[in-house]
Write a protein that binds this ligand. Structure first.
Ligand code: C2E
Ligand code: CA
Ligand code: CA
Length: 668
């Protein structure tokens, strides 16, 4: 009996702790962690303690993983980095073994604002502060954080109030995080002892740092996407998309609150001659000019006004609150006034003009699409009117714009439909008679009949069609001229061709031109290119180069409509012209039985003084012909000699033309 009792007692002494251990192990597998109590005062009690230690650690690790997983879920739904950091702090501060938790991150890797969330583990939420750090301070902090252990009193000097934001604890354990291999921030635990004796807290810091790096990169990516979608890269100004959204919200909110009338205005601004700056001074200067213009607009306009860049040299300005017409005009004049001063892009001082098109809501348009469209139309009209001007939208513009668009569309097809052609107006040398023709372009529009170039050449210049036209025109003209020279054996010396400055400045202009000359074996000396004075002056820098190159080919150059912009004579002296064409307006001022107008005499003697030959155009009457001939004008042209002729009538005209005998009675 005694032996049995002793055996049972001994067996129970073993079995009870074993059962407790088994129960504890089962609970661990169900993630429940209640310590077991074995009080056997022998080795089994030691096993029990070891078991409890192990489950405590496992339990903490499970808790840690849970907290981090929970954090992961919340990070996904958080709006921005400060939310994420404050959330992370709140979730994790009680899980660490230390005195305080600190989360710090840069707003973005290229922006030196450091946000810090810090507080004692007994606080409910973190304190938030932000410190501005320069690039050098960021590097200092980064290097300091590499040390282990970290002691606050040994922080490097010159970090400003950064050290104060670290809290009370004398020692720290920190983990930095990087983005695109740039330092972006760190997480740290503050503690009393020099060394943080907790593997778990280190693991937690590591996990936290990894998560913050990921969140920061996600936030930045979406910020970048937002930036790209809404802002112009060059000037940093909002783009049209942003502006439209802003205005549409504004209109919606005003309508919903019915806060009186919504009067707003949209201004399209386009720089004059920006292309010229780009071409003559280079794109980097052009870019800087655009940035400067953006800054100038911004600094001189009310902060409620939004300035957006639409691309190229176009800006859109939105005035959200237009009280009355006077206020609008005051703003417009202020904007135009900005362009009276040169823009400094060292070492240049650039005078750049601007045109403005203005449309108002709701007067001029019922919705945003029309508002923007109408402002653009008004800009087009302003540009046509001339430099540094503005134009308020008028409902009649749309009809114009529509017609223009229809013409433009039809123009693109005009070449393949054989609707474009040249008429030729004879040129008469006052000594030798008929010497050649000026080619004048015509468009036989399918519905509107024969159209004058005055109607459609301005449209050509604004579109890419000019490139196509440029190619077509030389081949067409030289084929005709070659036919007259070789098949018809006509005694021709000269073919004058009108070139717009835009055309002259096409990159392919010279290759196309000289290629066609060669292909049709036309001597360059027979070709005269006519360029209109007024438009030429706007593009004088680049034009000069092209003109010199053309002269070297052997062609001669005539300045068309001479006298209509004669303020610019000094410029002209520098350009390689051979001839001036006296504008029709001077010729028509020559009246029978009256002394010759002094201006005509001045122009003729000035041209002679500059070594230039003269052509007088627009001669409609006999006395004009006679007088100009007597005054020594070399070549004459006008209805009096002949209207421009279709190509098939030219040969006959040449064969029958006779120069009238010189009239000795005409004495200037
Ligand atoms: P422009 O170069 O000054 O051409 C002379 C214009 O005056 C022509 O008008 C011609 O028909 C007209 N004209 C000629 N003699 C007389 C006259 O005695 N009295 C009157 N009242 N008019 C006369 P058109 O053909 O309508 O051309 C107008 C302008 O269009 C031209 O002015 C020229 O600047 C431009 N143009 C014509 N053809 C071309 C071309 O192929 N390319 C370019 N870029 N422009 C062209
Ligand atoms: Ca001409
Ligand atoms: Ca002319």
């Amino acid at each position: 009996v005694v032996i049995s009792l002793v055996a049972v007692h001994q067996i129970r002494r073993l079995l009870v702790p074993l059962a407790q251990l088994k129960r504890g192990a089962d609970e661990v597998s169900r993630q429940q962690f209640t310590p077991i109590a074995i009080e056997s005062q022998d080795e089994l009690e030691d096993v029990g303690h070891a078991f409890n230690n192990m489950t405590r650690r496992i339990s903490r690790q499970f808790q840690l993983l849970d907290s981090l997983a929970e954090l992961d879920r919340q990070i996904l739904s958080a709006e921005n980095m400060t939310d994420i950091a404050s959330l992370a702090w709140t979730r994790l501060h009680s899980a660490i073994q230390g005195d305080s938790l600190l989360i710090a991150f840069l707003e973005n890797p290229y922006h030196p604002t450091l946000h810090i969330f810090q507080g004692s583990v007994h606080q409910a939420g973190p304190d938030h502060s932000a410190v501005e750090l320069g690039e050098d301070r960021v590097t200092k902090i980064q290097n300091w954080l590499h040390l282990s252990p970290l002691t606050k009193s040994q922080a490097p000097a010159g970090l400003g109030n950064f050290v104060d934001t670290l809290g009370e604890s004398p020692h720290f354990t920190a983990v930095s995080f990087l983005l695109d291999s740039r330092w972006c921030g760190f997480v740290a635990v503050g503690h009393e002892q020099e060394i943080l004796n907790s593997e778990d807290s280190r693991a937690l810091l590591q996990g936290l740092a990894e998560r913050l790096a990921v969140s920061l990169s996600v936030q930045l990516k979406s910020q970048t996407l937002y930036q790209q979608a809404n802002f112009d890269k060059l000037t940093g100004l909002p783009n049209e998309f942003f502006l439209r959204q802003q205005l549409s919200q504004l209109i919606k909110s005003r309508e919903s609150t019915r806060s009186g009338d919504t009067n707003l205005a949209v201004l399209y601004l386009d720089l004059d001659n920006f292309q010229q700056v780009n071409d003559s001074l280079g794109h980097p200067v052009g870019d800087k000019l655009l940035i400067e213009v953006g800054l100038r607009l911004k600094s001189s306009l009310d902060s409620s006004v939004t300035i957006a860049r639409q691309g190229g040299d176009e800006f859109i300005i939105a005035i959200p609150e237009v009280r009355d017409q006077a206020q609008l005009e005051e703003t417009i004049n202020r904007i135009l006034g900005l362009f009276q001063e040169p823009v400094r892009v060292e070492p240049h001082h650039i005078y750049v003009g601007a045109s403005l098109g203005v449309a108002r809501y709701p007067q001029d348009a019922q919705d945003l699409d029309h508002l923007f469209m109408n402002a653009d139309t008004a800009l087009y009209v302003a540009k046509k009117r001339g430099k540094v001007s503005y134009c308020l939208y008028d409902s009649s513009f749309n009809q114009l714009a529509l017609e223009r668009m229809q013409l433009e569309n039809a123009l693109w097809k005009s070449i393949e439909h054989n609707e474009l052609m040249f008429h030729f107006q004879p040129l008469v040398n006052t000594h030798s008679g008929l010497i050649g023709f000026e080619a004048l372009i015509r468009w036989l529009h399918p519905e509107r009949g024969m159209l004058s170039p005055v109607l459609f050449t301005p449209i050509i210049e604004d579109t890419g069609f000019i490139i196509e036209l440029n190619r077509w025109m030389f081949r067409n003209l030289f084929a005709q001229f070659s036919h007259w020279l070789r098949q018809d054996q006509l005694p021709l010396d000269k073919l004058a061709i009108n070139i717009s400055p835009v055309q002259l400045l096409l990159p392919d202009f010279i290759p196309e031109f000289s290629g066609a000359l060669e292909a049709f074996r036309i001597p360059a000396e027979m070709i005269e290119l006519e360029i209109t004075e007024s438009v030429l002056l706007d593009n004088i820098y680049q034009a000069e180069e092209q003109l010199v190159a053309l002269r070297e080919l052997g062609v001669s150059l005539a300045l068309d409509d001479f006298g209509t912009g004669y303020s610019s004579l000094s410029y002209l002296q520098k350009l390689p012209f051979d001839r001036v064409k006296i504008d029709r307006s001077f010729v028509s001022s020559i009246k029978e039985k009256l002394p010759p107008p002094p201006l005509v005499l001045t122009i003729l003697s000035m041209a002679a003084g500059m070594g230039l030959k003269c052509t007088a155009e627009g001669i409609e009457e006999k006395h004009q012909f006679r007088l100009l001939r007597a005054l020594g004008c070399e070549v004459l042209q006008g209805y009096y000699i002949s209207r421009p002729l279709p190509a098939d009538q030219c040969a006959q005209f040449i064969r029958q033309y006779e120069l009238p005998p010189e009239d000795v009675r005409v004495r200037p």
